[in-house]
Design a protein around this ligand. Structure first.
Ligand code: ZN
Length: 268
């Protein structure tokens, strides 16, 4: 190979001389370019180093962004689990909700509007999802809670009326390490509270009815919405929550405070 190059060079010029030449980089000044692989002249070493450094930086930024995105997803997943959303409903989203009938479409558009309010400051309006067991009340309520967490980074909590009242009752006992007002404060603190199985209330005591109103009323004062799920009709709901809660429920500025889920069992 060397012999071949030497044979075509002018007399007195050696192959060693032609494999390096002086160049000037407009940015870094003089450098010696060398003939490298595939007969390409090497570029300014400082430019090459700078480019490599920039590429590394870019790669790191991409990796960091991916990492952050992954952490954000994990944080959202954790928030959904922490919110007490039952496992069955953790992956439910409003757009998964199949709406064929006018009632179903009404329920779905209610959910969309209700969630949209969290973008700014929620009006604090409350709602009861009522109707026969099944029918996707929990699906839609949990999808709303998931959206509130996922899209707006807000807090939500899912509980049954029974569970909520049991926690308040237990806090009253001597050996409890939390006070009743601490439990109520915690329930009030969530941006959205979903209370399932409200019907069970009317079988409980006066103290329970008062505790229930205390939570609802404090949330109402803070303009934090509550979604109630009642597997019965509105008469049954009113009997469960009492007149005071009921009259507060209706203060929604003309917007719906109840959504009927009356079609055939949703899960069939
Ligand atoms: Zn350069």
């Amino acid at each position: 190979m060397l012999q071949n190059i030497s044979s075509i060079l002018p007399v007195g010029v050696t192959s060693a001389q032609i494999r390096a030449r002086d160049e000037v980089c407009s940015k870094h000044g003089a450098y010696v370019a060398k003939l490298g692989l595939r007969d390409l002249w090497t570029r300014c070493p400082q430019c090459v180093a700078e480019e490599q450094k920039a590429e590394t930086k870019q790669l790191l930024a991409v990796m960091q962004a991916e990492n952050q995105a992954k952490q954000k997803i994990m944080a959202v997943e954790k928030a959904i689990v922490d919110a007490g959303i039952p496992k069955r409903f953790r992956d439910k989203r409003i757009n998964h909700y199949v709406a064929n009938t006018a009632e179903q479409k009404n329920a779905k558009s209610f959910a969309v509007e209700f969630v949209k309010e969290f973008e700014t400051e929620h009006s604090g309006r409350n709602v009861v999802f009522h109707g026969n067991r099944g029918n996707g009340k929990n699906h839609l309520a949990c999808a709303i809670a998931n959206a509130v967490i996922e899209r707006f980074g807000k807090t939500a909590h899912f509980t049954t009326a029974n569970d909520m009242l049991r926690r308040i009752r237990e806090a009253k006992s001597f050996d409890s390490n939390v006070t009743e007002s601490q439990v109520i404060d915690a329930l009030v603190s969530f941006d959205l509270l979903v209370v399932d199985e409200v019907r069970i209330l009317n079988q409980n005591s006066e103290a329970d009815a008062r505790a229930f109103f205390d939570v609802f009323n404090a949330r109402y004062a803070e303009m934090r919405p509550t979604i109630f799920i009642c597997n019965g009709d509105l008469i049954e709901f009113e009997k469960s929550v009492g007149d005071l809660t009921m009259s507060r429920m209706k203060e929604t500025g003309g917007r719906p405070w109840n959504v009927l889920f009356s079609w055939e069992d949703y899960r069939k």
